[in-house]
Design a binder for this molecule. Sequence first.
Ligand SMILES: [Zn+2]
Ligand SMILES: [Zn+2]
Length: 232
Amino acid sequence: MKCSYCKEPLVRTLSLAEILGLVSIPLFELCSHCTQLFHQIDPTTACPGCGRDTSMKEEPGLCADCLYWQKRYPTYSFKNRALFRYDYSFKEWISSYKFSGDYQLRGTFSERLKRTLSQRTYKNTLICPLPLSIERQKQRGFNQVEGVLLAASIPFVPLLKRLELAPQSGKTRQERLLMPQPYVLAVEKAQIKHQSILLIDDVYTTGRTLFHAAECLRLANPAKVESLTFAR
Ligand SMILES: [Zn+2]
Ligand SMILES: [Zn+2]
């Protein structure tokens, strides 16, 4: 067994349940060194709107970015949960996985994601990764969010399609915020009506794409739309 990030051999004691075959041994695991590279965000102290790590500052309540969105979408009760801080280590990982295309790295956060999504609050929830445009998916060869979900054996439903627009990376914050709606529904409205939906994206940057996706889904009257990102 190898660490799913640094690929060094992984040595650990199996749990009794694993030895007895009551639970399967995970396909992807992180060594203790790599586990410590990533800074996990504590959801109890994070910004309740976007999941930003607030352990560094005192003020409770929504952060400045969330107050901006609240003004734009006053009827939304949008909530994002982020697993890790978007720091140097995370940027390194996403650069190797998404931009250099090292698909083996899809399992780096499998166990962490599985643990989070097995919580009761996500029971009976439709998991929907944010789609790439057909052109972008062809270029990259894979959808980076779907890759992580597949590695974690988490079932998902593609509820949205993305139209081809100029890519976001390399754009300024202001340009990103002005981006037009890139999503359309990929399923019948009836499939979404009264459902709880959890959108999954890799990084929460400005929130623009997630709000666009939520806006698109809300046309079909879902019970709830929330999101989870690997980093914020
Ligand atoms: Zn490692
Ligand atoms: Zn916030």
